[in-house]
Design a protein around this ligand. Structure first.
Ligand SMILES: Nc1ncnc2c1ncn2[C@@H]1O[C@H](COP(=O)(O)OP(=O)(O)OP(=O)(O)O)[C@@H](O)[C@H]1O
Ligand SMILES: [Mg+2]
Length: 334
């Protein structure tokens, strides 16, 4: 595990964003910066952290953890569905196939939990028994394992908006995805979740729930974005889950919940100016992301040297010069 001192020192050189030359216009999501060249998307995962659908600050090494963890999972699932990865030229960078994203996020859940407006426990607790078009029996308890994993899709919200609950029928009615494709997306999502849990189990973890994004690339369905990362998934300790559940205790989790709780503890729930993250929270969150990376992959995390921007520019320089060469040139005036 990376030492606390090293994390502390990286806190002064956080990877917030990057400006590349020779790649055209810079685009930004909450966590990633990206550039499009022809049919490729260069995704650069930064240290930005979001919660309540907002960027709240920066966590050292988070970008590297997410990119490398996704790579691990894309490799582990490539036999189930082709994914967007073409190359990982740097620990924070993925050169990906630029797909046409489907406007729904496929959320798969194996347990009834969560407290946000899209969480099924929240709805169940408020008395709903048909959630996301799925019927739930009486008598379920928070954090209980569901008889079988379910899909609870949400709309892919535009910048700043909150994701909205959807059902299978609504997706078809609103023509968000064609029936055949949706069927394929559902089948693949369940297979990916199953594979995720098989791998996690060997590491003493439960993949509680997770989100997949799909896109169309050259007429085919592919998996895009990220997979089984702490930004897109919940993880619990498998070893003491049963015991704690029986006792009515919350599971030991490896998720971002403690991060959210720090903000709610300061009275922040996503509106107005967020409080400035404490140094301690920043360090603990970094340790948390790194620990999860090491648990899942079984490998030691090798931190990149900070500041990181120079090594990214260097790793991408070959791609940049190729892109320049292939750009059509106007004939010189006579
Ligand atoms: N291969 C791909 N083809 C097309 N789009 C992709 C691909 N991989 C990821 N994306 C999109 O690129 C963006 C990545 O940025 P990031 O993860 O920071 O966004 P986000 O914060 O999750 O969402 P938003 O764009 O709403 O801010 C996402 O909008 C994601 O859907
Ligand atoms: Mg994202």
């Amino acid at each position: 595990m990376v030492s606390k001192n090293q994390i502390k020192s990286a806190c002064n050189k956080l990877f917030k964003t990057i400006n590349l030359h020779g790649f055209g216009k810079k685009h930004q999501g909450k966590v990633r910066d990206f550039y499009k060249i022809k049919d490729k998307r260069i995704l650069i995962t930064t240290d930005r952290i979001s919660a309540f659908d907002r960027v709240l600050g920066y966590i050292p090494y988070k970008g590297q953890v997410l990119n490398q963890l996704s790579k691990f999972w894309f490799d582990k699932t490539a036999d189930i569905i082709p994914n967007h990865i073409i190359d990982i030229p740097h620990p924070n960078v993925a050169v990906a196939k630029d797909a046409k994203p489907y406007p729904v996020e496929m959320v798969v859940r194996g347990y009834i939990t969560g407290v946000t407006s899209t969480a099924i426990w929240r709805a169940y607790e408020l008395g709903e028994r048909t959630i996301y078009g799925i019927k739930f029996p009486e008598g379920l308890r928070k954090n209980q394992k569901l008889p079988k994993p379910i899909i609870t899709p949400t709309s892919k919200a535009e910048h700043g908006a909150h994701d909205e609950r959807l059902t299978h029928d609504e997706i078809l009615k609103r023509k968000l995805v064609a029936p055949k494709i949706l069927e394929q997306m559902e089948e693949v999502s369940l297979k990916l979740y199953k594979r995720g849990n098989e791998v996690c189990k060997k590491r003493g973890l439960i993949l509680v729930d997770t989100k997949y994004e799909f896109g169309e690339y050259k007429g085919k369905l592919i998996l895009i974005d990220e997979i089984h990362t702490p930004d897109s998934s919940r993880f619990w300790n498998a070893k003491n889950y049963q015991e704690r559940f029986k006792k009515g205790l919350e599971p030991e989790n490896y998720e971002k919940e403690f991060f959210r709780l720090w903000y709610t503890g300061q009275g922040y729930r996503g509106d107005g100016k967020p409080p400035v993250m404490s140094k301690q929270l920043q360090i603990e969150t970094a340790q948390h992301y790194i620990k999860l990376y090491e648990m899942i992959t079984g490998k030691k995390f090798k931190p990149e040297k900070y500041p990181i921007e120079k090594s990214i520019i260097k790793a991408l320089s070959v791609i940049a010069s190729k892109a320049k060469q292939s750009r059509p040139r106007l004939p010189r005036p006579a």
